[in-house]
Design a protein. Structure first.
Length: 431
């Protein structure tokens, strides 16, 4: 297997095992990309198959000897497992291989730590790292374990471990408290957007599907985008004006991946709420990826975990420039509603069709009317202004307020209900 060596990094041996009792099986190609994204220099991939993991070393004795030989021959500094290892398995493997051992969760956490740029992103990654580290803390203090066995030597090791665990718990609580404030601020921003009737459209998808490139193309932003896993981590929001419906907020979020660590999903709840509370999800798919169906299923699993599986979704099949004889288009269901858009974010081909599809979906339940309100309906007029729904106002010859309004119909009905009125009591200007 050929590896594109990074400019610098640690020499790594990768291990990928297929288990017969798993319902799905996939190759090590994605894990190689993960390792390179983390800055590793992979020199070999060790593959194999088993019925189930070995409780002590995860792999069998023969496979362990094979890994040990490669580590010695290549002078490897780290062995990366494409699986979740228990703390004891990591310790046992390190004792035999005489180098650091990292599992898939630890590798993804390392990549996230490298890519986090904002204060919030760094806090979220640190929280996940500390929670992961808390189960492996004893590894750093093995030199003190021997002191527990002799007369006069009992205690210091355990005391130091307990001190470290206490400091970890305090740091985790501190970060959770600060992230709680971030969550409150995001909730306040979302409520503000809801009051002003600005729809939120969130980009979701498998990592490296081209979300950030599409985000930049649509909004003119300069979010970092590269052909690598987790090129961007921190969420970015930009306003986008669509001619048919007005202003929307487009949110670019972290990419998903197979076996995304649950701790990361929990740590990023505040960020992922942008997706779960959006008005529309754009599920960006790498149309040229031979694993696109499996990747789409993984994204659906994470969306269900964060409670976003009920949000209306538009599939965006990106990278059609890598597909032969594929033109940009909109696919529709039997009702004529857009369900898929085919485009190339890199070339900008089909982005106009995406904006058209977004406008069609969001405009379905939008009230866009000219209301004529007499003076006695001043309270209703004030409520419409408070909602941010009034686009213009003038007065007719009878002194009545003539308002051009645009807002979601459900919000309009709620306002009428609060005012104790119904739709048939409001005069609408004829088109």
């Amino acid at each position: 297997m050929f590896f594109e060596r990074p400019d610098s990094g640690e020499i790594a041996v990768l291990v990928h095992i297929d288990f017969h009792d798993q319902s799905e099986s996939y190759g090590p190609e994605e894990f190689v990309e993960l390792a390179i994204s983390a800055g590793a220099d992979p020199v070999a991939v060790v593959t194999g198959s088993r019925q189930r993991p070995d409780s002590k070393y995860f792999v069998g004795s023969g496979k362990l000897d094979e890994i040990k030989n490669i580590v010695d021959q290549e002078g490897a500094q780290v062995v990366l497992f494409d699986h979740a290892l228990s703390p004891s398995q990591e310790r046992n493997l390190e004792a035999i291989l005489m180098c650091r051992v990292l599992d898939r969760t630890g590798l993804i956490l390392d990549i996230f730590a490298q890519r986090a740029r904002t204060h919030e992103g760094k806090l979220q990654v640190e929280l996940a790292q500390l929670q992961h580290m808390s189960t492996r803390l004893i590894r750093g203090w093995t030199h003190l374990e021997r002191q527990k066995g002799g007369i006069g030597m009992r205690g210091p090791g355990e005391t130091q471990l307990e001190t470290d665990r206490r400091l970890l718990r305090e740091r985790i609580k501190s970060i959770q408290k600060r992230l709680g404030k971030v969550d409150s601020q995001r909730d306040q921003s979302r409520r503000s957007r809801a009051r002003s009737s600005v729809p939120t459209v969130s980009l979701v998808g498998y990592t490296n599907a081209g979300k950030s490139t599409l985000f930049n193309r649509a909004t003119g932003a300069d979010v970092y985008a590269a052909d690598q896993l987790f090129a961007t981590l921190d969420p970015t929001l930009r306003r986008l004006d669509l001619e048919q419906i007005g202003t929307i907020v487009l949110a670019d979020t972290v990419g998903f991946i197979r076996q995304l660590p649950h701790r990361l999903v929990k740590a990023f709840q505040a960020t992922l709420k942008e997706s779960s509370e959006a008005d529309l999800l754009l599920h960006v798919v790498d149309a040229a990826d031979h694993s696109r169906e499996e990747n789409m299923a993984e994204v659906d699993n994470v969306l269900e975990e964060i409670g976003a599986n009920e949000v209306p979704t538009l599939k965006v099949f990106n990278k059609i420039d890598a597909l032969p004889m594929t033109e940009p288009r909109i696919d529709r269901d039997e009702n004529g509603t857009p369900v898929r858009v085919w485009l190339s974010a890199r070339d900008g081909v089909g982005v106009d069709l995406l904006q058209q599809a977004i406008a069609e979906i969001l405009a379905v339940d939008v009230l866009d009317e000219t209301l004529i309100l007499p003076g006695e309906l001043g309270r209703l007029r004030a409520m419409l202004f408070e909602q941010g729904a009034v686009r213009s106002e003038h007065y007719d010859d009878f002194g009545r307020s003539v308002l051009e309004v645009r807002l979601p119909r459900k919000d309009y009905l709620q306002i009428l209900s609060r005012a104790g009125m119904s739709e048939d009591q409001i005069e609408v200007e004829a088109a």
